[in-house]
Design a protein around this ligand. Structure first.
Ligand code: HEM
Ligand SMILES: *[C@@H]1O[C@H](CO)[C@@H](O)[C@H](O)[C@H]1NC(C)=O
Ligand SMILES: *[C@@H]1O[C@H](CO)[C@@H](O)[C@H](O)[C@H]1NC(C)=O
Ligand SMILES: *[C@@H]1O[C@H](CO)[C@@H](O)[C@H](O)[C@H]1NC(C)=O
Ligand SMILES: *[C@@H]1O[C@H](CO)[C@@H](O)[C@H](O)[C@H]1NC(C)=O
Length: 338
């Protein structure tokens, strides 16, 4: 027992050292702080957590939706809840939201519910960006996933453009170089890319997000034109039982088959069996340093994954935040204040 825990500590410190320097930099430049609402709205965090504990067990797929929504928010204009704004005439009705897949809509309703609770308690105090950051954390915790501390004090943005989401959210067809460049452009580093991609241990994807890997990898077309880096048997199963065409946008596939509602090591173990669903997943084992991280975390125990994931989530939650007098505290998350 003692030996095992010593091993775990060793492994953890080895893994954490990789992201350590970069993490320190992000933490000192962040203007968020733990318990930002402890005087202005002491029960804010508790209200969101309770709301998650009440709703997520009945709809566990919400955890994936909320986690992804938080990621998308942070990658466009920083974590400022711009992802929650409806389109307005001013931008031809085309907000970031319009670039989001349909399932995300249930997440928006959940967030509106959580925001309504904190508004009732302390009107105009708690930002939508913080509600989203807290809700993503609490929903993941509610399905037995990792828990991380969420520094708060984010302010809400007033602008949301669909095109910016299309340009800045990494595509599932990206190779390692492009993915790392995307993360670095947000102040994140290689370990963050590896650990945050582990979010794909929960949730689902539509066939058209990876269909070209099954049918049309080089543009020749047909089942003979699959991505050679994808396990052949797995590709055949996906073609036979799930994705009838590369552009099927209705059928969904579990990204970590068999445990898509459980935060576990299945994603990383799948990568090593060449069963990562997207090219962007498969890309993580094409780089020596990233592959070494994948191999080390895949061995377990899961606590190591939880710990490194939690750290990278805190870093993700700091990307481009608005604080102080910037932005506003939106009253309704879908519309800017009048
Ligand atoms: C590294 C670059 C990434 C790419 C290219 C990527 C791409 C995608 C794509 C294409 C989907 C499926 C969408 C669909 O077909 O419906 C997806 C789902 C998902 N992504 Fe990522 N993602 C990335 C990183 C992340 C990060 C950093 C997180 C969170 C920390 C995340 C969390 C999720 C979750 C939880 C789902 C499942 C959503 C659901 O079940 O509703 N992803 N991602
Ligand atoms: C979203 O899904 C619902 C239920 O499956 C469907 O009725 C609706 O038309 C979809 N909306 C869009 C924009 O695809
Ligand atoms: C990665 O993708 C980029 C953009 O598509 C491309 O220019 C580059 O050559 C690719 N790199 C590798 C190593 O395949
Ligand atoms: C296959 O890819 C090529 C080139 O990207 C494209 O022109 C063609 O329409 C695709 N075929 C199918 C069936 O999607
Ligand atoms: C799915 O594809 C059909 C046919 O190409 C298209 O009309 C529809 O808008 C697509 N739906 C979504 C949600 O992208």
């Amino acid at each position: 027992m003692a030996a095992r825990s010593a091993m775990l500590t060793l492994l953890l410190s080895a893994i954490l050292a990789v992201g350590g320097a970069a993490a320190a930099k992000a933490e000192s430049s962040g203007k968020l702080r733990q318990g930002f609402y402890s005087h202005s709205c002491p029960r804010a965090e508790q209200l969101v957590a309770r709301y998650a504990r009440r709703h997520v067990p009945r709809s566990p797929s919400l955890a994936a939706t909320l986690l992804r929504t938080h990621f998308h928010d942070c990658f466009v204009r920083g974590c400022d809840a711009s992802v929650l704004l409806n389109g307005r005439k001013k931008n031809n009705g085309e907000a970031e939201k319009e670039a989001a897949p349909n399932l995300t809509l249930r997440g928006f309703a959940f967030l509106d519910g959580a925001k309504a609770l904190v508004e009732e308690e302390c009107p105009g105090v708690v930002s939508c960006a913080d509600v989203l950051a807290l809700a993503a954390r609490d929903a993941v915790a509610a399905i037995g996933g990792p828990f991380w501390k969420v520094p708060t004090g984010r302010r809400d943005g007033r602008v949301s453009r669909k095109q910016e989401a299309l340009d800045q959210i990494p595509a599932p067809t990206m190779n390692f170089t492009a993915l790392l460049a995307s993360f670095r452009s947000k102040g994140l580093e290689l370990p963050d890319l590896v650990w945050l991609s582990g979010a794909h241990t929960i949730g689902i994807a539509h066939c058209d997000s990876f269909g070209e890997r099954l049918y049309n990898f080089t543009g020749r077309g047909g089942a003979g034109d699959a991505d050679p880096s994808l396990d052949t048997a797995y590709a055949a199963t996906l073609r036979r039982t799930k994705c009838a065409t590369p552009t099927d946008n209705t059928t969904i596939v579990e990204m970590d088959p068999g445990s898509f509602l459980t935060f576990d090591l299945g994603y990383y173990r799948g990568l090593l069996k060449r069963r990562g669903l997207f090219q962007s997943d498969a890309a993580l084992i094409t780089d020596a340093a990233a592959r070494a991280d994948v191999e080390s975390v895949a061995k377990g125990p899961p606590e190591v994954f939880f710990q490194v994931f939690a750290r990278s989530m805190v870093r993700l939650g700091m990307v481009g935040v608005k604080t102080g007098a910037q932005g506003e505290i939106r009253r309704h998350c879908a519309v800017v204040n009048g």
